[in-house]
Design a protein. Structure first.
Lengths: 465, 274, 189
């Protein structure tokens, strides 16, 4: 009954509304990395849970601030004297307010998840429960933030307490946010493990990884400890108890720090359920990861056509598999002999948010470079980059019989690449005898596979410079 | 009264059990500090059921005495027994507080709560059993005449209504000891008449201590008057005895006012006109 | 002078001033020790300063303030401008040592705009809640893309390089507008 009153009359209801509002503005109004690739927040369950953690960069300071405002209520209302004369213990009374606040935080956070879940349910074919710890830890961190804010405001009931706490929490959340490779903006100046105590995590850019159990466990314990400290501050009647309230937080940090992963690589792990390969019936072999199994039907026909085209070139791959790692920022992912790897997030396939289903583009992608992967990481580009792309386009044209841009993007940049480099090369290549064409494609394949460069020259002149 | 006609109150075991104490409130040489100052300095009291008016000039120690009775302040010396239990023990205190109703001088409240929610909240804090709360709240609201505003937010109430809501929260747990610090401040004349009637009603089975500056309230509603001056009890008697203490030469517009000034002047002959 | 001291005390200025100076120093030290100054911190320091000053825009009692015989509007405007001067000059002063967090032009623009925003917050929601305005806009602008669209430049005026006309205009509108609204209306009842 009292908790119902608190849910209606405390800061709880509008705190829940604002949490949903802030997160919705952040997620929908801005086009951030949460919209990109297979790890996007509306594509897969893990991506949703992890990108929701990213919204904590604003929600966490908000929870601290709103908790502090709520914590000032007893002071502002001047009810302190009347409340000291009531028989019910203080912790029972404050538990009602804290409970209402916790419900608001949990509901707000779950509503955001539900908004994402509606989209994910329509998109994802791989369902699992592995995302629940990420969601629960995020929720717990919000409850802890609100309780800590309430507790501190009770301890120091000054009008300056809420802004001080909110600014401090915002600064902490901004400098400690954890990026997907495990680093943070504090890397270097502060040990990684301390930065990993932050609730804010950037989401993944692919659908194959999840947060490790030890990370979730350590963070969960840490935020639980924060919540306990906040509640003790709120419920304490004596100075000694108030001083003792920091103990749970210290213990929490002491327990969590050794549990946290030792290296950045251990922050996330491969989700074995997601990367398990699902293969089409029949031959040649065409496989996608479990997480993208809904795409297999679209892929199998163009993939087999592409393999049939590739079969003309000696040494060319004989099967198609989805790559089980994202394209690295620098360098290339390992080459698997005899396999064309397809990356649905490659910008040649997914110029916007969605992977193309156009069979012609899929086929072209698979035969480009005679089935070899690019030599460049996502953040790399040098003077040979353009000629490699032109060579890929020409090799695709050689096998499909038609020169077309590799990328679905119609930007002037890519049209230019095609017209200035690929077109002349294609014109000189197409008039060669068929046996010479195959020989050059084979030589080009070997060069591209080993990243030796000069692929365009091999196609036009027969030899590298 | 209207409310009693249709609200039947459950009587709990503690109420029907025979009392083991002679006086609801008993103080012996009670000394209480307000900050550093000894605001109550050696007060002897023995109060039973009835309405006890507490009079005295500003700074006489009335509020400090009431706060000590409400278990807000711990006595600095002497002895204080409420409902037969000595004030100070932890477990005893919780049992004791269930039986106390208190309206502080500066009555604070949660502005966003409705009147009903606020009184419910206070009833819950006073550990009124869960099933009795709705009826107890309704009765308190009706007794104090706020039934038509029961579902309005506290912040929309006028000063007098807030005072009445304060009285309602004090009586919601049917206390054995009811402590009201200036309950009539802000009440309009009609409300004050109604309030006096309520006081008389409550005084039949409750020990009510009312601190006030309005001597006519005391004269009409109280069974017994205490006059405080400079931390000490100057006078204790019936309103009639207070009237009798004043003569024609004392300042005041009514017999009871003349009695009031006469008694205080006797204690502090050098005090100024304020 | 006496009036000034009493006014400052009634508005909780000493505590707010201490908070502003402490936070400015702390942010400046954090940014300086960290090596490359972080732009987010250089804006947040001004946001924090104005947020801490916000509570002082509310008096003890609105009714009591309103019935005072003195003319409030110029005094209220002076209070707002004083906040801008203190917050801005605290950072400009500290910047004499070590790498500057941000160019003086940005400090002036951001401080003025943020102070006006805070004053607007006090007029609309009361001094107790006015701090949410600068912090809210700052948090919101964290997500605004850094491009040359006028809309992004206005929404992200806190982050624009010095001399960006749209950002300067946004700061001036907020600064002057907020000061005028607060001067005219005072703290929310």
């Amino acid at each position: 009954m009292v908790i119902r009153t608190e849910l209606r009359r405390s800061a709880a209801p509008w705190a829940a509304v604002l949490i949903v509002g802030i997160a919705a503005v952040l997620l929908f109004a801005f086009s951030g990395p949460w919209w990109k690739g297979g790890g996007a927040w509306n594509r897969e369950w893990t991506g949703l849970a992890r990108w929701e953690r990213n919204t904590l960069v604003l929600l966490w300071p908000f929870a601290v601030g709103v908790g502090a405002l709520q914590g000032l209520r007893d002071h502002r209302s001047g009810m302190a004297e009347l409340l000291t004369t009531t028989p019910r213990p203080r912790w029972r009374r404050t538990a009602q307010t804290a409970g209402a606040m916790a419900i608001a935080m949990a509901v707000g956070y779950l509503v955001i998840f539900a908004i994402g879940a509606v989209q994910v349910a329509g998109n994802a074919s791989y369902f699992h429960w592995g995302w629940t710890p990420v969601l629960l830890v995020g929720m717990l961190s919000l409850i802890g933030a609100a309780w800590l804010g309430m507790g501190i405001a009770c301890l120091v009931p000054s009008v300056l307490t809420p802004p001080l706490l909110a600014v401090g929490a915002l600064a902490v959340a901004m400098v400690t946010r954890i990026s997907p490779d495990g680093g943070s903006s504090l890397s270097g100046s502060v040990p990684d493990r301390i930065a990993w105590l932050s609730p804010v995590q950037d989401g993944p850019d692919e659908a194959f990884t999840s947060v490790t159990g030890s990370m979730n466990l350590a963070q969960g314990l840490w935020f639980l400890a924060i919540a306990v400290t906040g509640f003790l501050l709120l419920a304490a009647t004596r100075v000694a108890t108030k001083l003792l309230a920091v103990v749970p937080m210290l213990v929490g940090a002491a327990v969590a720090l050794p549990l946290l992963p030792a290296t950045a690589a251990q922050v996330q792990e491969v989700d074995q359920g997601a990367v398990a390969l699902v293969c089409a019936e029949g031959t040649p072999r065409v496989c996608v990861t479990n997480v993208h199994k809904e795409f297999l039907e679209t892929l199998v026909q163009p993939a087999r056509e592409a393999l049939a085209l590739l079969a003309k070139v000696p040494g060319a791959p004989t099967s198609v598999e989805e790559a089980t790692t994202g394209q690295p920022l620098y360098g290339r992912r390992p080459v698997v002999p005899g396999v064309v790897q397809i990356d649905f997030d490659d910008f040649d396939l997914a110029s916007g948010e969605r992977t193309t289903t156009d069979p012609d583009r899929l086929r072209r992608y698979l035969v480009a470079g005679v089935g070899t992967p690019t030599c460049y990481g996502r953040m790399e580009m040098d003077e040979n980059y353009m000629s490699l792309r032109a060579a890929s386009a020409v090799s695709a044209a050689a096998l499909t019989g038609e020169l077309k841009p590799l990328s679905g993007s119609s930007s002037a940049y890519f049209r230019n690449e095609l017209e200035t480099l690929a077109r002349p090369a294609w014109e000189s290549f197409r008039v060669l005898p068929a046996a010479e064409q195959i020989a050059r494609l084979s030589a080009m394949r070997v060069a591209a596979e080993t990243c030796r460069g000069g692929t365009l020259e091999i196609l036009t002149n027969g030899v590298a410079r | 009264m209207k409310g009693d006609e249709h609200v039947i109150r459950a009587v709990n075991a503690a109420e029907v059990a025979p009392t083991t104490y002679a006086w609801e409130i008993r103080a012996d040489g009670l000394r209480v500090k307000a900050g550093r100052r000894m605001a109550v300095d050696g007060v002897d009291l023995s109060l039973g059921a009835g309405v006890h008016g507490l009079l005295g000039p500003n700074g006489a120690g009335k509020t400090t005495l009431i706060r000590a009775l409400a278990t807000v302040l711990r006595p600095a010396g002497g002895e204080l027994e409420l409902l037969g239990a000595s004030v100070g023990g932890r477990t005893e205190q919780r049992r004791l507080r269930r039986q106390i109703g208190y309206l502080p001088q500066d009555f604070g409240f949660y502005k966003r709560f409705t009147v009903r929610e606020f009184i419910e909240y206070m009833a819950w804090l006073k550990e009124v059993s869960k099933k009795d709360i709705p009826a107890a709240v309704q009765r308190a609201i009706e007794r104090i005449g706020l039934a038509d505003r029961a579902d309005d937010r506290m912040k929309t109430l006028s000063g007098g209504m807030i005072r009445r809501a304060g009285i309602a929260q004090a009586i919601v747990n049917d206390p054995q000891i009811l402590l009201l610090d200036e309950p009539t401040a802000g009440l309009d004349p009609a409300q004050r008449l109604r309030f006096r009637e309520l006081l008389r009603e409550l005084g039949s089975d409750t020990c009510v201590v009312v601190s006030t500056h309005l001597v006519e309230d005391v004269a009409v509603a109280c069974t017994d008057v205490m006059l405080m001056g400079e931390g000490k009890l100057v006078f204790r008697g019936t309103p009639a005895e207070l009237e009798a203490a004043g003569g024609a030469g004392d300042a005041g517009d009514s017999p009871i006012e003349r009695g009031y000034t006469a008694l205080l002047a006797r204690q502090q002959p050098d005090r100024g006109s304020w | 002078m006496r009036w000034f001291v009493l006014y400052a005390r009634s508005r909780g200025v000493p505590l707010a001033l201490a908070a502003i100076l402490l936070s400015t120093t702390a942010f400046w030290a954090l940014a300086t020790l960290d090596g490359a100054p972080d732009q987010a911190l250089s804006v947040l320091v001004l946001v924090a300063g104005t947020a801490f000053a916000a509570a002082g825009l509310a008096g003890q009692d609105v009714a009591l303030d309103r019935i005072a015989a003195i003319r409030w509007p110029p005094r209220r405007a002076a209070h707002v401008l004083a906040i801008a001067v203190v917050v801005g000059s605290a950072l400009l002063f500290l910047q004499n040592w070590g790498d500057p967090l941000s160019p003086a032009g940005v400090v002036l623009r951001d401080t003025f705009g943020l102070t006006g925003l805070t004053a607007l917050g006090a007029a609309l929601c009361g001094g107790q809640y006015a701090w949410t305005f600068p912090i809210g806009w700052f948090a919101f602008s964290l997500g605004v893309p850094m491009d040359t669209e006028v809309l992004s430049q206005v929404a992200g005026w806190l982050w624009q390089p010095p001399g960006t006309p749209a950002a300067t205009a946004a700061a001036l509108v907020l600064g002057i507008g907020g000061t005028l609204v607060y001067a005219a209306c005072g703290n929310r009842r």
